[in-house]
Design a protein. Structure first.
Length: 175
């Protein structure tokens, strides 16, 4: 299979909606590793898989899950996960809605510039039992053929600062 179009056709999915064209470089299944840290947690390496797919409507369907990478390289316990939707808007703008099973939902607004997307939170909503998260900033982009990203976080009384970064390889689908 040489393209995302072939992968989606193979899975019986409809043609991509023309509105998602600016984000088409994200389509596929990505896997890789990164590092996470914050003043309130110890820095560790993690593994991750992200998928960007579509159902023929004018948005991408997003899913991410991470797990601890042990010092010997073995897969450890599950860490975080999030799911959501990336909604391209006119003039290369984008709206991203993300939900975490820890009781947090984030709405990001941002700009698509070629194969780079910069996002900043417009709103963060949390349940009574969720930890305090007040803001986030994300950067996604291609580094050669890899997907790189960085996530800055403001949470638990800390100001917005680097939280995690990763570099992922596409393992299925292509733009």
């Amino acid at each position: 299979m040489d393209s995302a179009k072939d992968v989606f056709a193979h899975r019986g999915q409809p043609e991509p909606h023309p509105a998602i064209a600016p984000l088409s470089f994200l389509l596929g299944w990505w896997e890789g590793a990164g590092v996470v840290g914050y003043p309130t947690i110890e820095s560790v390496n993690f593994g991750q898989e992200i998928s960007f797919s579509h159902n023929g409507k004018p948005f991408l369907i997003y899913s991410s899950r991470t797990w601890l990478l042990e010092q010997d390289g073995k897969i450890g316990r599950p860490l975080a996960m999030e799911v959501g939707f990336w909604r391209p808007q006119p003039d290369n703008q984008v709206e991203v809605l993300l939900t975490h099973p820890t009781g947090i939902t984030e709405i990001y607004i941002g700009k698509i510039e070629g194969t780079k997307v910069e996002l900043i939170t417009d709103a963060v909503v949390r349940t009574a039992s969720a930890k305090e998260v007040t803001a986030g900033k994300r950067l996604y982009g291609l580094i050669g053929t890899d997907l790189g990203y960085a996530y800055d976080l403001a949470a638990v009384g800390q100001p917005l600062q680097p939280h995690l970064s990763a570099q992922l390889k596409r393992v299925a689908g292509t733009a």
